[in-house]
Design a protein around this ligand. Structure first.
Ligand code: TXA
Ligand code: MG
Length: 328
């Protein structure tokens, strides 16, 4: 049985007690819902891997209340100081050398000597982190391989009763997981694109390149894993749709036809979700995972997705869509 409670001071206090007792708590962040456990306890963290059916070689992000707390667990260089000052709280995860005295469980870091850490910008998440005083390991609150959960309903759909307690705080505003920035080598690399982009980093630390891990030596174990895929096949850059396909559109569908006759304009809401009618990439990011989940059902034969411009946060949207199109 899953207990679902609206997030407020009282339920945050209950969630904090549960985390301290080594239990799992699902909570909203500005990016996606997280499935949290006390990062200092291997026993508690093991429950995350079990609930998500996540491979244990894939390390987790540690969530903390502020930079001061982060410095207990990670070693900050000048770039890390500057970036945390500029973007925390916010959708930015820093990969930093792990502080061996910090006590973060080896299960969280998958035995690496680095740690992924962030301060989320959701007020409820911040209150929870302050209240429990613990570093909280939290991956996205979905079964491994599926699109991430951006509403409490999606958490329940995906994890069923494997999650005991959910703090419900509505839909996530960003909708895509945090940007993951590796600061452990001489050159910084973006390992996972997100809402904070190279254009945002440039004034703080200069030019930053992407490393999508599509080569011999991926820097992030997560880059090896099948991810974000609905159960139906996903077809990218669609310029028309096949009969039976559902449509995830971006911008106007005025000129989008159905093969054999008909217009996408006439599709029912069950078969068509617009990521953004006006072509707003932030709106599209916030709707992406919910849209994929909504269309992922019979009698549809697949999900056709219109082209998304590969700039700004569009790079992060396209990263998720390309992985979704690879299937489970
Ligand atoms: O927005 C987010 O980041 C959400 C919310 C809940 O905060 N969390 C999230 O966690 O997306 P997860 O576990 O789904 O993704 C963590 C990513 C994985 O790709 C993992 O491989 C990578 O971060 N990662 C974690 N620790 C790492 C490390 N030490 N070195 C390289 N990559 C690491
Ligand atoms: Mg995830």
């Amino acid at each position: 049985m899953t207990i679902l409670k609206t997030i407020n001071d009282e339920t945050i206090a209950e969630a904090a007690e549960r985390l301290s007792a080594g239990e799992l708590v699902c909570f909203p962040t500005e990016t996606v819902y997280g499935l949290g456990a006390n990062a200092l306890s291997g026993q508690a963290v093991a429950k995350i891997f079990e609930a998500k059916n996540r491979p244990s070689f894939n390390p987790l992000i540690v969530h903390v209340a502020d930079k001061k707390q982060a410095e207990k667990y990670a070693v900050f260089n000048d770039a890390a100081q500057a970036l945390a000052g500029q973007f925390w709280p916010g959708p930015l995860t820093l990969i930093l050398p792990r502080n061996p005295q910090g006590g973060i469980s080896d299960l969280v870091t998958a035995g690496l000597d680095t740690v992924a850490i962030r301060v989320p910008a959701h007020p409820g998440a911040l209150k929870l982190l302050k209240k429990c005083g613990l570093p909280v390991a939290a991956p996205s609150a979905n079964a491994s391989g599926e699109p991430s959960a951006t509403t409490p309903q999606h958490v329940i759909e995906s994890l069923k009763d494997r999650v005991p307690f959910i703090l419900a705080g509505g839909a996530c505003t960003v909708g895509l997981e945090s940007t993951v920035l590796d600061l452990t080598s001489d050159t910084p690399f973006i390992l996972r694109p997100g809402a904070i982009t190279p254009e945002d980093f440039a004034p703080v630390i200069g030019n930053v390149a992407y490393d999508f891990g599509d080569h011999d030596r991926p820097r992030s174990p997560g880059q090896l894993i099948k991810h974000y895929a609905p159960s139906l096949p996903v077809r990218l850059n669609a310029v028309d749709i096949a009969p039976g396909e559902a449509l995830l559109s971006f911008g106007s569908v005025a000129f989008m036809g159905i093969r054999g006759g008909g217009s996408a304009k006439s599709l029912p809401d069950t078969q068509h979700i617009s990521l953004s009618e006006t072509g707003d990439l932030y709106e599209a990011a916030a709707r992406l995972f919910a849209g994929l989940r909504h269309l992922d059902c019979a009698p549809h034969t697949g999900i056709a997705v219109m082209n998304i411009p590969d700039k700004g946060v569009g790079v992060a949207i396209n990263d998720r869509l390309k992985r979704a199109a690879q299937g489970r």
